[in-house]
Design a protein around this ligand. Sequence first.
Ligand code: CAA
Length: 285
Amino acid sequence: MELDDIDTVGVVGAGTMGSGIAQVASVAGYRVVMRDVEQRFVDSGFDAIESSLDRVVDRGAVDRATADDARERIEGTTDLDALAGADLVVEAVTEDLDIKQSVFATLAETCSSDAVLATNTSTLSITSIASAVDRPERVVGLHFMNPVPVMAGVEVVVGEHTSEATVDLAHAFAADLDKETWEADDRPGFVVNRVLMPWINEGIRAYDEGVAEKGDVDRGLRLGTNVPMGPLELADHIGLDVVLDASETLHDELGDRYRPAYLLKRKVEAGDLGKKTGVGFYEYD
Ligand code: CAA
């Protein structure tokens, strides 16, 4: 399969990442089928897409007609079998290996044998996910960054059996969505989260251990290193549950230097997950 053969893109999961991926694929001209387990999740995915499209129109990145066409090209569904006709699928469900493997096993049964099956996993092994299907050479990591419509890059992750043709197609597809790519081997956290998670956890510890007020930890890193967000505000942006999950996977695989900060665990146990629940390290309206 070549890039030109990709007409329909399937997206599994209509959360923050899935809806963002559906949006950028449809803006690039693909027909998109976006699936989540319940209609209310599909609906909130569409709400996120509509408000994000408004923002890209407001800042002149896309004109109104293109945005309206893009919205029309996305079909919502709760039926995984509705992705049977997809030429490329991006899975963006919760970071749980069993759930991802079961999604991939169903996709391998329903989709054509040369469809590309990509996962947006942030830390799980591409090779483990691919072990659930009969065509691991078609499985690849396409790790988008949040917020998907704004971030310029996508990480292409190469599993043990991913074929060169699949890797090439993953790069070409991402480029067609106007994203730059870099390639990572299938090792815990790939490039971005392997480096980002310890940075975030160290920021949380610096606050928790009284080195500085939380606002000053963030200001210090923003003003001192020119990043757009400090570690605590970035953790709230990503979602503290996602950060904890990624940190725990890295800790399990790579040892003690990746241990999640105690305060991160306590916040997640309290249900304060960041922007999405209205409270994390900071409060949001
Ligand atoms: N859809 C469309 N446009 C959006 C948007 C969205 N969801 N979110 C923000 N924007 C646009 C805004 O409209 C705005 O456009 P203009 O500048 O033209 O007005 C622009 O982006 C900036 O947004 P804001 O003014 O609202 O806020 P900001 O300047 O603070 O930027 C941010 C917000 C883009 C998120 C910026 O703070 C940023 O880049 N932060 C770092 C994000 C980051 O590091 N993401 C990666 C996390 S790691 C990851 O995702 C991988 C993983 O596996 C965990």
